[in-house]
Design a protein around this ligand. Structure first.
Ligand code: 3HC
Ligand code: NAI
Length: 692
């Protein structure tokens, strides 16, 4: 049963019971309608209380159902709400924990609403690229007012129930036992007639036209490629400008339009992708985890400092270890400065600042970190240095401690082999700036213990990262793919494009930053270092020499004041560089390439499909467990446009046979060998299937 029915004295209690969050799928809707009908038919029942079992009143419509016919099958959410609202006996929603989306719309269809303190109230549909489609845009303004309703619907942000106590949304906020309070409330209104209906309230907002116009302008300017926020404004506007039933119809039409957009499909994909990433088939959810109460970080450089901040922000004290006092002091001073900046922006109180800074300590001595529950190594990207560090860690760390490496490309299995406890070794690949970027690639070595993996996944949630598990290979998921993308970017400028054209095309596609601006930000020397290693290890791989020539000029990027672009002191704005552009053009001549005009479409196809093809190999080899994991890596770590759903989802929307056809065309061009399609891509395209 997805909703339970019981009678308590003169009150029928209908309890939504569809774990995990009482999503209003077809079977739940059916069960509630049946419950209401049963209560209406029972003369002994004077009132109905509707509530939710477990950790939610209701998280809303069942999002998993959206792509299936049951989403619109009867009884639809509209029908359910009409049945509740039209009931001849009072229906009281008893709300707790989570009341969102369709859950709130259902509650708004009830005659009365009581809520526990701290219940999270929201119409978050906009975050999924849709709008409340079961009356939310028409009923919420009628109880909380036009302005607050518009803010809640356009932002999707939850508001605590007690903050809404003064609005007509709730008849009562209940401090003690919710069900006890709801039953007492039901008894107090059981005979009151007529039954109040939200639909009968008039939205009263003087000069609403000016307000709505202002809202349209503001929301339009802020919503970028997403159609939903502006449609939310239009739907809310209908609550003032149209009769209730017309408003409902208008809202429904907009909902149906939005649910079919690629933007909404992409956002829903990302919602489920994020949750799927934490599920490892051979590591069940109830795998015991190790307790993480303290941490140590080796190396207080760019990454070490940011990693330490993550722990501290989550209330885990951390000790940083360096080889020299000067480096340690510098690292800790940088962390302090970061927190000072946050405090200056008003985002951190003095008390929290003191607490956080108080949780950071430093040492030059390995013996001091031996009792930490986890240690993350973030020293230079050099196997020799990693070997020294891990041998030392093996000597000093207590048994059961997790030994993690932040390596971005090196073999985690080899790193684990430097210890006598490879089962405790794992890769935790943070992204720069580590205290900001959402992605954490968790690299599972061949010996990594299941509880170590489960603990690291739980830790990633605790420090508010999206943890995605990768197998061991050079570059793991993200950097292995980006290498192909960078190679294409290099070939493109060799063949006729210039860095600013490539960056502009990619940014127009929706990436946060094009490859050349990104290189300047991250430091072009990092790629140079990796390429030099590749020239020795894998001489068969071809690269454009332009990036090496750039580095030979000392133009490492923003940190040296010059890279692919010129920079002015104290300014991060990138100015196209005549010197670099001349160098690129001369290089094309030197290698005998006749430069040609390259279209933005070609730029996007070559860059994005190079990601897709490598990703298909990664998926086939089992380095990534699922296509959505790859999408999550790119959405949370590489600035891939969320409204396109990630590289794999994007390829699915283009159609894999189309992707393949373009790749076959590219294979006939220069460096055509880079376009040999991955067997998985060929297979899926032939079978008419998709990655996701
Ligand atoms: N439908 C189906 N499944 C849902 C769901 C929903 N509305 N909301 C959450 N879930 C599932 C998640 O996929 C996850 O499943 P899993 O355990 O199998 O991975 C599980 O519930 C728990 O989710 P979280 O990990 O996010 O748990 P939290 O406790 O951190 O958060 C939550 C709970 C606040 C409800 C959060 O899940 C959330 O924000 N959900 C989305 C709510 C939403 O957008 N509702 C609107 C739906 S659209 C709608 O109602 C349309 C209507 O207007 C017509
Ligand atoms: P960095 O050069 O800024 O910092 C490294 C720090 O380690 C320095 O402070 C150095 O003094 C210290 N160190 C070196 N050897 C040490 C030793 N034996 N014991 C203790 N401390 C030692 O380097 P960065 O950028 O922080 O990189 C660190 C690691 O993180 C590398 O493995 C890198 O590949 C990886 N990484 C870097 C990213 C980046 O964007 N910079 C992103 C993701 C991973």
């Amino acid at each position: 049963m997805t909703a339970e029915y019981q009678v308590n004295g003169a009150v029928a209690i209908i309890t939504l019971n569809n774990p995990p969050v009482n999503g209003l799928g077809l079977s739940t809707r059916t069960a509630v309608v049946e419950g209401v009908r049963k209560a209406l038919a029972d003369d002994a029942v004077k009132a109905i209380v509707l509530t939710g079992a477990g950790k939610a009143f209701s998280g809303g419509a069942d999002i998993k159902e959206f792509n299936s016919p049951s989403a619109f099958a009867e009884p639809s959410l509209h029908t359910l709400i009409n049945v509740v609202e039209g009931a001849s006996k009072p229906v009281i929603a008893a709300i707790h924990t989570v009341c969102m989306g369709g859950g709130l719309e259902l509650a708004l269809g009830c005659h009365y609403r009581v809520a526990a303190i701290g219940a999270q109230i929201a119409l978050p549909e906009v975050k999924l690229g849709i709008l409340p489609g079961a009356g939310g845009t028409q009923r919420l303004p009628r109880v909380v007012g036009l302005e607050l309703a518009l803010n809640m619907i356009v932002s999707g942000t939850p508001v605590a129930s007690e903050k809404l106590a003064k609005t007509a949304l709730f008849n009562k906020i209940i401090e003690g036992d919710l069900m006890e309070g709801a039953l007492a409330f039901a008894a107090s209104i059981a005979d009151a007639r007529p039954l109040p209906k939200v639909r009968d309230i008039k939205v009263d907002y003087p000069n609403y036209e000016a307000f709505l116009q202002f809202s349209r302008n503001t929301v339009k300017a802020m919503s970028g490629p997403y159609p939903a926020p502006l449609k939310c404004v239009e739907a809310v506007a209908a609550s003032v400008t149209k009769k209730f039933d017309d408003g409902i119809k208008f809202e429904r039409d907009l909902f149906i339009e939005l649910v079919q957009t690629t933007e909404s499909k992409a956002l829903r994909h990302a919602f489920f992708g994020e949750r799927a990433a934490s599920k490892i088939p051979d590591v069940p959810a109830d795998t015991p985890v190790r307790s993480i109460k303290s941490a140590a970080v080796i190396g207080a450089g760019t990454m070490g400092g940011g990693i330490a901040m993550n722990f501290v922000n989550a209330g885990i004290p951390v000790m940083l270890l360096e080889t020299k006092q000067e480096a340690l002091d510098k690292g800790i001073a940088t962390i302090r400065k970061n927190y000072e900046n946050t405090m200056k922006k008003g985002k951190l109180t003095q008390e929290k600042f003191d607490q956080r800074v108080g949780m950071i300590s430093g040492t030059l001595n390995y013996a001091d970190i031996g009792q930490a529950d986890i240690v993350v190594e973030a020293v230079f990207e050099d196997m020799g240095v990693k070997e020294t560090v891990f041998k030392k860690l093996d000597e000093v760390m207590k048994q059961g401690a997790i030994l993690a490496s932040n390596t971005s490309t090196l073999d985690v299995d080899q790193i684990a082999s430097f210890t006598k406890r490879p089962q405790d070794v794992i890769g935790t690949h943070f992204f720069s700036p580590a205290n900001v970027m959402k992605l954490l690639e968790i690299v599972r070595g061949k010996a990594t213990a299941k509880d170590v993996l489960a603990t690291t996944l739980a830790l990633s949630k605790k420090i508010k990262k999206t943890g995605v598990v990768s197998g061991v290979c050079d570059g793991f998921i993200g950097n292995r793919m980006i290498e192909q993308y960078s190679r294409q970017a290099g070939f493109l400028i060799e063949e006729g494009a210039l860095p600013e054209q490539v960056d502009k095309a990619v940014e127009k596609f929706g990436f946060a930053m094009g490859p050349f601006r990104m290189g300047d930000l991250a430091g072009n020397d990092i790629g140079w270092y990796i390429r030099k290693r590749r020239y020795l290890e894998k001489p068969e791989i071809t690269y454009s020499k332009t990036a090496d020539l750039l580095c030979e000029l000392g133009r490492y990027g923003q940190k040296t004041g010059a890279g692919w672009y010129d920079y002015k002191a104290g300014d991060r704005k990138a100015y196209p560089s005549a010197l670099v552009n001349d160098m690129i053009i001369k290089h094309s001549a030197d290698i005998g390439v006749e430069r040609r005009k390259i279209s933005d479409q070609e730029i996007i196809e070559r860059l994005v499909y190079s990601l897709v093809n490598e990703a298909a190999h990664i998926l086939e080899e089992g380095i990534a467990m699922r296509a959505s994991d790859i999408d999550m890596v790119y959405l949370t770590g590489y600035g891939f446009p969320v409204f396109r759903g990630g590289p794999m989802f994007y390829a699915d929307t283009v159609g894999l046979p189309n992707v393949l056809m373009t790749m076959e065309k590219l294979a006939k061009g220069r460096h055509g060998d880079a376009w040999k399609p991955a067997p998985l891509l060929v297979k899926l395209a032939a079978e008419g299937k998709t990655f996701n």
